[in-house]
Design a protein around this ligand. Structure first.
Ligand SMILES: *[C@@H]1O[C@H](CO)[C@@H](O)[C@H](O)[C@H]1NC(C)=O
Length: 421
């Protein structure tokens, strides 16, 4: 076998790797001989290691190749590793790698900068991202649509909406065409700020620019509409989406169900659930939590109990959110027996009961005039090292007043003052 730096690197890799599964090595190497050239092979190995979440091993391999005099590294190897550093949150390493690449005389490319800017934005270092963005021009490169998109996203992420839109205008001014991801971020930002008119303008602009919508575009707008309780418009948009040949996903249905639930239109929420099932989607725990919440907000205890039963029949385990909503619903409906059944189930499931839920239960008991059990619950809170909130003290005071025991109410009040202030 002729001497080839690639093989010495792989030999080193095999020594360095501490993989739980030795088969992985052969799996990684299997596709390599097909497009054999030391550097492409090395790069593909690096990529695959990162894809398997093995950053340290990729770094070991990269360093070994760096130390070898006949190193087969190229700009892609550096790009891959810069991405790896950013992805594992080690921004410093990524920046050092760029410096190293430049000092070796390699002309940096815009992909490296884009990756780094994205990494900086996601790790909260907006200043560094801006510095890098400026530097692109200084080293004679031109930002592409992806570079602009990650920078715009960075601004949005940091609440700087104006900056983001200014950069978007700059981008268009320079003749860089926005792509699907650019539009999706802009639309999401508009929906977040409840500026649906602008969101829909961008949506229309996409068609004019020849950029196709995808399911994310539609889900973002559907969510925006449902949040504004505009379910009729949401349904129209849903029809438009299917006419455009875009398949809704689980999130689409959950958004619609939540929209109807928030509006209190439970018959429509339930028919959407049926439609979801016939379309081949299995409702998940989020779907059920939304339905349970809708029924309980509508004060429909029978509906709440039925949907809770269906959820359990489907072997979905209630989350803390599910329990909390249910306890809230039953306690507000003065069905304290059911509320406590859920409370015990929650404890059995090992879910932490929060102060809010304690408050809801105590309020229910006080409404019933059951001060004895309210006290028991109050005391069990301190056993569990839960600090009563002012709402809880208020509830207990309310309970005593309701019972006509002003003396106890006053004592509770002074107790609350001592604990809270
Ligand atoms: C529920 O939504 C449907 C369709 O939008 C509507 O026709 C119906 O009147 C709504 N029902 C209630 C109770 O709001």
């Amino acid at each position: 076998m002729p001497h080839n730096p690639f093989f010495s690197v792989v030999a080193l890799l095999i020594k360095t790797l501490t993989l739980p599964n030795p088969n992985l090595i052969s799996q990684l190497l299997l596709p390599l001989p097909l497009r054999y050239s030391p550097v492409t092979a090395l790069n593909s190995l690096l990529r695959q290691l990162l894809r398997c979440g093995r950053f340290p091993q990729a770094l070991a391999l990269f360093s070994a190749a760096l130390e070898a005099k006949t190193s087969p590294l190229d700009c892609f190897s550096f790009s891959i590793m810069i991405h790896g550093f950013c992805f594992s949150g080690q921004l410093r390493g990524a920046l050092d790698l760029l410096t190293l690449f430049e000092s070796r005389g390699g002309p940096p490319n815009v992909v490296m900068y884009t990756t780094l800017i994205d990494g900086c934005c996601k790790n909260g270092d907006l200043e560094e991202a801006e510095r890098l963005f400026k530097r692109i021009g200084e080293v004679g490169l031109v930002p592409n649509e992806l570079t602009y998109t990650v920078m715009i996203n960075g601004y949005f992420r940091h609440g700087l909406q104006r900056h983001g839109f200014d950069l978007y205008n700059e981008m268009r001014g320079k003749g860089v065409l926005p792509n699907l991801y650019t539009y999706n971020s802009l639309i999401a930002e508009c929906c977040r700020c409840r500026d649906l008119d602008r969101a829909f303008k961008l949506f229309d602009e996409m068609r004019e620019s020849g950029v196709s919508h995808n399911v994310v575009t539609y889900n973002t707008l559907l969510g925006g509409l449902c949040r504004e309780k505009r379910t009729t418009d949401a349904l129209k948009l849903f029809d438009k989406m299917t006419k455009e040949g875009i398949r809704p996903n689980l999130i689409t249905f959950n958004l619609l169900i939540d929209g109807y639930g928030k509006e209190g239109n439970m018959s429509k929420a339930m028919s959407t659930l049926d439609y979801m099932k016939v379309s081949g989607f299995l409702p998940n725990i989020v779907t059920y939590n939304m339905l349970i919440n809708g029924f309980s907000q509508a004060g429909d205890l029978v509906g709440t109990a039925n949907i809770y039963r269906e959820m359990k029949e489907r072997d979905l385990s209630p989350t803390k959110v599910t329990y909390t909503i249910l306890i809230d619903a039953f306690a507000r409906g003065n069905d304290m027996k059911r509320a406590f059944d859920v409370y015990y189930a929650m404890e059995r499931a090992g879910k932490e009961v929060d102060v809010y839920t304690y408050g809801v239960l105590m309020r229910g008991l006080c409404e019933e005039g059951n001060l004895k059990d309210a006290w028991k619950l109050f005391e069990s809170m301190s056993e569990k090292k839960q600090k009563p909130s002012n709402v809880i003290y208020d509830t207990m005071i309310y309970g005593h007043c309701k019972e006509g025991s002003s003396y106890r109410a006053l004592r509770m009040g002074s107790c609350a003052r001592q604990k809270l202030f």
